[in-house]
Design a protein around this ligand. Structure first.
Ligand code: BGC
Length: 383
């Protein structure tokens, strides 16, 4: 059945027409491709216009904002062809600006935490913007998630997508060097969502870009993800202290709640009295991927919602993935579907270099120097 859906979609995509699949609704682009269409989403307080870009291909539909490169919605069909938005988000720009916990956003310059927002590079110490207790999180108070990106649509062969550009000036959020970032979102004819990150700098700096989509494969606002089945190809993870800064150790997952090498539900061990789960109020850790850094993206994680049959597979070039089980969703947000988001209502799988790498000589380096090009790719495939 899955194969026949794929065949219908692929044939339709090749013909550039809409496919009708299963019990799917109105005669709109289902599996066919839709070139990016731009619409005004709202305005920032200073009058800057924020646009929403809609695109579709191979059965996947998404809306992306010029603000933060935010994936405002991502729709995929269930096993019967019924679509749902599987990514948490808001309906208005005001909500994103006022209170978003990075829903769907691009994260930079540095995904996750840097201890006390401080690091030393080539003998010079740098103080970053501190926005998470004593630490710097996701690039500081005004990270890439809160910037307006230049967006350029493209369609190439059977792919459709967006190029997003942002230049972060020397000293922004305390980071050295002017960093030119380019992120490409591609929807392929198979409905895969691929992210290619690129960056260059004019002074030595540190970079760790990622994407902060909150997944709920049953559809956003449909309860917790504790029944989702998860598999992560990692034999070790990086334990943290009470401020969620890695201790520097690479701890085996074996015999602990952190062992997702065989598929288990997110909820199976989340209430175990393990010190690391107390620190994170659930899972909020970096898994050390067995494959390490790779030139091409390799499969590292599978997430499945058994009730809908929707599956997400992630492949990446990165050496780590932050699995965050939505622990700090506290019932204070009303999401795009009109429901309140509570603890565990979604999870993030953020492909990345390890948190606090600039202060951890034992971790793979996140240093980028003039003349080098930072490159990272992550592919999300849906079944
Ligand atoms: C971090 C969490 C943090 C969340 C922000 C995740 O990437 O690991 O600790 O609370 O982002 O919503």
């Amino acid at each position: 059945m899955e194969t026949s859906r794929r065949t219908v979609i692929a044939a339709a995509a090749a013909a550039g027409v809409a496919a009708t699949v299963g019990a799917a609704g109105p005669a709109q682009a289902k599996g066919g491709s839709q070139k990016p269409v731009k619409k005004l989403f709202g305005k920032l307080a200073d009058g800057t216009r924020v646009y929403s870009w809609s695109l579709a291909n191979g059965g996947t539909r998404m809306k992306v904002l010029s603000y933060g490169g935010i994936v405002q919605s991502l729709e995929i069909p269930d096993r019967r062809g019924r679509y749902a938005n599987v990514s948490l988000g808001f309906d208005t720009i005001e909500d994103y600006v006022a209170k978003s916990p990075y829903f769907g956003a691009l994260i930079g310059r540095y995904g996750n935490r840097i201890d006390k927002g401080r690091f030393t590079l080539d003998g010079t110490s740098h103080q970053l913007s501190v926005n998470d207790g004593a630490n710097s999180l996701h690039g500081g108070a005004q990270g890439f998630d809160k910037r307006v990106w230049d967006v350029e649509p493209f369609s190439k062969g059977s792919d459709v997508g967006l190029h997003l550009y942002y230049t972060s000036v020397d000293g922004e959020m305390g980071y050295p060097g002017t960093l030119k970032a380019k992120v490409t979102y591609t929807l392929t004819a198979h409905g895969d969502w691929r992210i290619d990150y690129e960056a260059t700098t004019d002074k030595a700096t540190v970079v760790n870009l990622t994407s902060h989509v909150y997944w709920n494969l049953a559809g956003e606002g449909n309860g917790t993800v504790y029944d989702h089945e998860l598999k992560i190809a990692a034999s070790r993870y990086t334990p943290v202290d009470s401020g969620l800064i890695p201790t520097g150790e690479l701890e085996p997952v074996s015999g602990s709640p952190f062992d997702f090498r065989r598929t288990k539900t997110v909820g199976e061990d989340i209430r175990e009295a393990h010190q690391q789960l107390l620190y994170g109020q659930g899972f909020d850790h970096n898994w050390v991927l067995d494959k390490g850094i790779t030139a091409a993206p390799e499969q590292i994680a599978t997430l499945k919602d058994p009730s809908s049959g929707r599956t997400l597979q992630i492949a990446t070039t990165e050496p780590g993935v932050q699995f965050y089980s939505g622990n700090f969703l506290d019932g204070t947000f009303v999401g795009s579907g009109g429901h309140i988001y509570r603890q565990g209502d979604a999870l993030c799988l953020e492909t990345q270099h390890f948190p606090d790498s600039p202060n951890q000589p034992g971790f793979p380096s996140t240093v980028l120097r003039p003349g080098q090009v930072y490159r990272s790719t992550t592919v999300h495939s849906f079944n």
